[in-house]
Design a protein around this ligand. Structure first.
Ligand code: ADP
Length: 192
């Protein structure tokens, strides 16, 4: 598999752009946030543990996240072309563990795409989404916590891939198709 990582603050449009990337390049979307929400919805003990973090805007411990991710990857068909990681890795340790896992499997990370959106804009988008998403974490207090967590724990992941020369920044402002066009200019070279 030749994978890409979508990085960006909550509300930067990772999920929306993932759908378009999947459609054009035949990749498989892997959102750790979605995996976690479905575990929470199942009502399992693990789901309850997860919600004690996600409900407060905090990151779920790496051991839990990595276990879920690895279990999911094992269910993928052998001919999977590549993954679009959305919301993962979110800590430098997750990035290191991801690269170890990829190496064990003989897979590769092509690059990290960093979607840039100003903070005021992401807050506006998430509050709008909160009106319809029903997501417990789309309220102002939790959004602010998620942004603090993003700056503190997730920005180092972008630096990690910058140091590996596997990094591209994309302007995440504008219409959805305009942003996707910017992404295509990067991905056309990888999945030609
Ligand atoms: P957003 O990017 O809008 O915050 P996500 O759906 O990616 O939304 O994540 C929602 C929540 O799920 C996060 O705030 C966090 O609690 C948890 N989560 C998602 N991915 C991870 C991860 N890779 N590591 C730890 N926690 C995660």
């Amino acid at each position: 598999m030749l994978n890409i990582i979508l990085c960006g603050a909550p509300g930067s449009g990772k999920g929306t752009q993932s759908d378009k990337i999947v459609e054009k390049y035949g990749l498989t979307h892997l959102s750790t946030g979605e995996l976690m929400r479905s575990e929470v919805a199942s009502g399992s003990e693990l789901g309850k543990l997860i919600f004690s973090y996600t409900g407060r805007g905090l990151l779920v411990p790496d051991e839990v996240t990595l276990r879920m991710l690895e279990a999911y990857i094992e269910t993928l068909p052998a001919d999977t072309k590549g993954l679009v990681f959305d919301g993962f890795p979110r800590t430098e340790n997750q990035a290191v563990e991801l690269e170890k896992l990829m190496e064990r499997r003989g897979d590769k990370t092509a690059l990290l795409l960093d979607i840039h959106v100003p903070e005021q804009e992401v807050i506006t988008r998430l509050l709008e989404r909160g009106k319809v998403s029903g997501r417990a974490d789309d309220n102002l207090e939790t959004i602010k916590e998620r942004l603090v967590v993003y700056h503190r724990q997730t920005e180092p992941v972008a630096s990690h891939y910058k140091a590996l020369a596997k990094y591209e920044a994309v302007d995440g402002m504008g219409a959805i198709d305009q942003i996707f066009h910017r992404i295509e200019q990067v991905l056309d070279k990888i999945y030609a």
